[in-house]
Each structure stands twice: as structure tokens, then as C-alpha cells.
Design a protein around this ligand. Structure first.
Ligand code: ADP
Ligand code: MG
Length: 261
């Protein structure tokens, strides 16, 4: 069976005020249906740029992106994006925010209401349907954003540091909920984070990018039983290895060897 999302030899440069910045250099990656891929790497390495080209919000200079064999040429209903600040509509209720994408797809009133309630319940927000966005905590807002992204049943959800503004306890709650939610779902997730522990807790694979221009440095398979906690020993161990590789550009075995020379 072919992969759902295929990224092949993608290059992307930005030109602003006479400067040329190469953000992505020859990035190739295949993401299977239902897979959770975490993107980590130093600040400015091109993580958001990669997410934005997958979303169809930025055009590539060269290379090809396809979903089920069809080229990505712009934003589409097969992909949904969750940003760091949730980007909810403050003038709509929780329920109406989640219904928004369904309305655009022409889903009937009744089905819209049912599906929105179902997805709000999935993220632990049953009973909050009629609240206003400003009444919610940061963690609740991100859960609304996630429900809104998933309710239209996209093939790929793209998340750009969605939990980075939240406190540690709220984040850990969300780790539990996300693992439960994603386990049952065929939606693929591509999730950008600068938090390596978060990447290992949530991911099926962790993709480490090099400093600018972003290329893929290494890909780690996370073979740790779920549900995972951020402070599990196995999670800590792999996170350490990835952090070392990010810092030194080589595997930890090589690092420890290098330290003895
Ligand atoms: P990350 O998300 O990994 O921190 P980004 O993808 O946001 O990195 O940025 C990668 C590089 O591309 C950075 O040097 C950034 O300044 C540059 N860049 C990103 N977007 C633009 C833009 N719209 N115009 C000019 N430069 C940009
Ligand atoms: Mg970014």
C-alpha cells in the first residue's frame, strides 16, 4: 500500500529585502495513514516552513508533495492546521467554533451539531458547548482547536507547537488525551515541537532536523508501549539520545566514545 503523505526533495527559500534564506534543503519524508510524526530541531531550522508547505500555505521552490498520489497545490479539506495560539474565532461559542469547518463543507445543521458535540466530548469538553472562548483556559482553548481540526475528518492534521504556551500540568493532561484520541483514529498527525520529551511521549517517529537550512538529520522510531508518560524512564532515555544528537550532530554512542578519546 502506498504512503498517504509523500514529501520528495523539497527545497524552499525566502527572499526578503535583498536577503535569501534557505529554509528547507532536500527534505524527503513519507507518512503512513494514522502515523504520528514529531518534528524537532533548533529554532529557525524550518519546522514551521515544512508544516506550512504541507498545509499548502507556502509554495516550494522545487520538489513534490502528494497526498494519496495527488499533488498538494494549496490548502484543502484533507488537511487541518492547529497553531500555537489555537486561532479560534472569539466571537463564536465553543460549539460554533467546532462546527465551523463542517458548515463550510455543507454538512446539515443537525449532523453538524451532533458531530461537534461528539468531538468536544472526545477532548473532554462535554458541557462546554455554549461557553465563549474568552471563558476558557489556555488548555481548554487548545482542546477546542484540536476538536475543530479533527471534526472534519482530515487525512492529515498539522500542529505547530500547539502546547508550548501551556503549563506543564495542563500539557501532561493533553498528552494523555491526545494519545487516547489518536490511537483510535486513521488521521495522520505531523506535530512540531521544540520539546524533545514531548516528541518522544507522543510520536510514532521523531524526525530531527538540522540547523538552517533544514534537512532531515535522523529519524527515530519510538518503540515504547503506550500510553506513555513524559517522565517514563524509556521516554527520558530516548529523549536524551535525541537531544545529544541535536547538540553534537552525532549519535550518543559516538558521543560517549568521543568523550573517552
Ligand atoms: P522554525 O519553525 O524551525 O523555528 P521557520 O520555519 O519558522 O523555523 O523558519 C526557518 C527560516 O526561514 C528562518 O530563518 C526564518 O527566519 C525564515 N523564514 C520563515 N518564514 C519566512 C518568511 N515568510 N519570510 C522570510 N523568511 C522566513
Ligand atoms: Mg516554528
Amino acid at each position: 500500500m502506498s504512503s498517504q503523505l509523500v514529501i520528495e526533495g523539497v527545497n524552499k527559500t525566502f527572499r526578503s529585502r535583498g536577503h535569501v534564506v534557505q529554509a528547507l534543503s532536500d527534505v524527503s519524508l513519507e507518512v503512513e495513514p494514522g502515523e504520528i510524526v514529531m518534528l524537532v530541531g533548533p529554532s529557525g531550522c524550518g519546522k514551521s516552513t515544512l508544516l506550512n508547505v504541507i498545509a499548502g500555505l507556502e509554495k516550494v521552490d522545487s520538489g513534490l508533495l502528494t497526498i494519496d498520489g495527488r499533488p498538494i497545490e494549496g490548502p484543502g479539506p484533507d488537511r487541518a492546521v492547529v497553531f500555537q495560539d489555537g486561532a479560534l474565532f472569539p466571537w463564536l461559542t465553543v460549539q460554533k467554533n467546532v462546527e465551523f469547518g463542517l458548515r463550510q463543507l455543507g454538512v446539515s445543521d443537525k449532523e453538524r451539531a451532533e458531530r461537534a458535540s461528539e468531538f468536544l466530548a472526545n477532548v473532554g469538553l462535554a458541557g462546554f458547548e455554549n461557553r465563549n472562548i474568552h471563558e476558557l483556559s489556555g488548555g481548554m482553548r487548545q482542546r477546542v482547536a484540536i476538536a475543530r481540526a479533527l471534526v472534519t475528518n482530515p487525512k492529515v492534521v498539522l500542529m505547530d507547537e500547539p502546547f508550548s504556551a501551556l503549563d506543564a500540568l495542563t500539557r501532561e493532561d493533553l498528552y494523555d488525551q491526545m494519545q487516547e484520541l489518536w490511537q483510535a483514529s486513521a488521521t495522520s498527525v505531523i506535530f512540531v515541537t521544540h520539546n524533545v520529551r514531548e516528541a518522544v511521549t507522543l510520536g510514532d517517529r521523531v524526525v530531527l532536523m538540522t540547523p538552517r537550512p533544514g534537512r532531515i538529520q535522523s529519524i527515530f522510531d519510538v518503540r515504547i508501549l503506550r500510553p506513555r508518560q513524559v517522565d517514563d524512564a524509556d521516554v527520558a532515555r530516548l529523549a536524551k539520545r535525541i537531544s545529544m544528537e541535536m547538540k553534537y550532530g552525532i549519535g550518543i554512542d559516538d558521543v560517549s566514545e568521543a568523550m573517552y578519546i
